[in-house]
Ligand binder design. Structure first.
Ligand code: NAD
Length: 302
């Protein structure tokens, strides 16, 4: 098969695809050029940069394209329903990056507790802000509320328990098996908001924001909010206001309403720990994503 890889892929997996006899082309296409390129390939492998919308699918129709693979979890950069209606399969690699994203969320929690991110920035500017960043808190003994106790949420829950946090969870689907295994009580959204010292969001992109002025109003004063899920889940203006008022102690963000963010005051806020959507960007996750992609391609050949 002819396989187009637009946003990069693990080197070992690329070689495996070639060893399987496939022609592999590594090239990024701008949206206007992508549809034409898709017309001539059997499979396209994308991460998050390439958007495969109805327009590109229309341009590819009548050609060879039969499979779109998203190396990662969220498929919000692909018009999945439209592809399916046109007989094009869409697959993702949901298992590969859970631990990496969960570890980044934990990193942001620690960063928010001790202002690690901004304290480092001020030191690089020649400052010694011992007093300003001297009011740290510990994670041990505090309550972490996880919104969306799926693959990533559960991975975070297990690590948080290991460092002595009390963990509670809410999600639209009650997953009694996982929650019981991890010893994590399932609570209502309101109870989670009211009880948690740290709140971390791990739900797919919701139609309405999950963290907004209404939900923040129900939270404890001094709460820490972490979002490594999707920018659509958080009202950035409401978070900024709550940081300014002191209602929210700090926030850790890996995802944004607009990526890359443009003139987003949250990025420069001294109590925001931010990363540029790197949740799945570890060697381990990328290697696992590569292996899942090889597996998907091998399975459709049979
Ligand atoms: P998952 O499907 O395993 O779990 C999602 C959980 O969210 C489920 O338990 C579900 O019940 C719950 N849920 C769904 N809608 C909800 C809602 N509106 N409110 C509350 N809970 C809701 O997914 P996952 O693999 O754990 O991924 C979680 C999120 O992480 C997704 O948004 C995904 O796009 C994102 N993600 C981000 C990165 C990154 O680089 N930052 C990488 C991978 C995944």
């Amino acid at each position: 098969m002819k396989i187009l890889v637009t946003d990069g892929m693990d080197k070992k997996a690329l070689q495996q695809l070639k060893d399987m006899g496939h022609e592999v082309i590594e090239q990024f296409y701008e949206p206007d050029e992508l549809g034409k390129a898709l017309h001539d390939v059997d499979v396209v492998v994308v991460r998050s940069k390439t958007k495969v919308r109805a327009k590109q699918i229309d341009e590819a129709l009548g050609g060879r394209l039969k499979l779109i693979i998203r190396g990662g979890v969220g498929v919000d950069n692909i018009d999945v329903g439209y592809a399916a209606d046109n007989g094009i399969l869409v697959r993702n690699t949901p298992l590969a990056s859970s631990q990496s994203v969960a570890e980044l969320a934990l990193g942001h929690m620690l960063s928010c507790a001790r202002f690690i991110s901004h304290a480092g920035y001020t030191m690089r500017n020649g400052q010694w802000e011992k007093k300003a960043y001297g009011k740290g808190i510990e994670l041990c003994g505090r309550t972490l509320g996880i919104i969306g106790y799926g693959r990533i949420g559960a991975a975070l829950g297990r690590m948080a328990k290991a460092i002595g946090m009390d963990v509670i969870a809410y999600g639209v689907h009650h997953e009694p098996g996982t929650l019981a295994r991890d010893g994590v009580p399932y609570v209502s959204m309101d109870e989670l908001l009211e009880r948690s010292d740290f709140i971390s969001v791990h739900a797919p992109a919701a139609e309405d924001t999950i963290i907004n002025a209404q939900s923040i109003a129900k939270m404890k004063d001094g709460v820490v909010i972490i979002n490594t899920s999707r920018g659509a889940n958080l009202d950035e203006a409401a978070l900024l206001e709550a940081l300014e008022s002191g209602k929210v102690r700090a926030a850790g963000l890996d995802v944004y309403a607009k990526e890359p963010p443009e003139n987003n005051p949250l990025i420069n806020h001294p109590r925001v720990s931010c990363t540029p959507h790197i949740g799945a960007q570890t060697g381990e996750a990328q290697a696992r994503i590569g292996q899942e992609i090889v597996g998907i391609i091998a399975s459709i050949q049979q």
